[in-house]
Ligand binder design. Structure first.
Ligand code: PAF
Length: 282
């Protein structure tokens, strides 16, 4: 069945109220659209966990910096709605920006330390925008569960903190990154890549998986791991934004790997002018 499109705050609230009245478990998959197989896997997980699934499609202006790709971010609402239909989604919430940020909107949600390093440092204000829009979506659609991808690992930790700290009553679930056959993490931004950039971009995941293997096989030194990943990026002519090993919960840099303390290796790098991110658990 084709999902119902909700375009206004009033329609979204009415849907949430009705679902609650009817005692339905609801799940939300927040997206910025231009959906790919990774998004569809989140929708299928949402469907497993809930009676009703909502997908939001909204290119959120407040999470883009002034020189970032907000205006050219790829959009395809009809194609996206058909994909949502194939995943059994019940409603698609796709408001205009003025509906969510009307004149006079002046509230932002700010998360502490988790949002400061990594992408937070490289993209000032980004996580304030993410935390704000996600809080608004949770308030409007009132999901019991919300499903996010681990590709945006820092975003997932930030959203978990928002849900916990503001007592929003929503379970935030993270799902493994979906990958192309050569390992490249699926992302709507991959559409920007030229054929040459696309081929070189696969070096990111190749390097991450090689690092993961080194750690499994002979417990590697953190500094050496980072040095090798940096060299792999440079060899593929990818410009590093950051390469870091952090504690998987606090996202603070770690100097050494310790058994029983999950760590994460995260990379942001440019292929041409396209910024790509990826990460693996260590
Ligand atoms: O990951 C995304 O697509 C966005 O950051 C999100 C969570 C939908 C908020 O705009």
């Amino acid at each position: 069945m084709h999902p119902v499109r909700l375009r206004t705050v009033a329609e979204a609230s009415a849907w949430a109220r009705a679902s609650c009245r009817e005692g339905r478990i609801t799940a939300l998959v927040p997206t910025m659209g231009y959906l790919h197989e990774g998004h569809l896997s989140l929708m299928r997980e949402a469907k497993r966990r809930a009676d009703r699934v909502a997908v939001s499609i909204f290119v959120n202006p407040t999470q883009f910096g002034p020189s970032e790709d907000f205006s050219r971010y790829p959009r395809d609402l009809d194609g996206d709605t058909a994909k949502c239909a194939s995943a059994g989604v019940d409603v698609v919430f796709c408001p205009e920006a003025a509906e969510l940020y009307p004149e006079g909107h002046q509230t932002r949600v700010e998360v502490g330390d988790l949002s400061k390093g990594l992408c937070g440092e490289k993209r000032p204000g980004h996580f304030r925008g993410v935390a704000t829009i996600v809080t608004k979506l949770f308030a409007l659609l009132r999901p019991d569960v919300a499903v996010f991808g681990e590709k945006d690992f820092q975003q997932l930790q930030v959203v978990k903190a928002v849900a916990r700290d503001l007592n929003l009553g929503v379970e935030v679930v993270g799902m493994p990154t979906h990958r192309e056959p050569d390992g490249l993490a699926m992302s709507s931004r991959n559409a920007y890549l030229s054929a040459d950039e696309r081929a070189r971009a696969a070096a990111i995941s190749r390097s991450l998986f090689a690092a993961q293997k080194r750690v499994k096989e002979y417990s590697a030194d953190v500094r050496q791991l980072v040095t090798v990943v940096r060299a792999d990026l440079a060899a593929a002519n990818l410009r590093e934004d950051y390469v870091e090993v952090v504690d998987a919960e606090t996202l603070k840099s770690v100097g050494e790997l310790r058994p029983g303390r999950p760590a994460r290796l995260l990379v942001a790098a440019y292929a041409g002018s396209t910024r790509l991110i990826d990460n693996v658990g260590l």
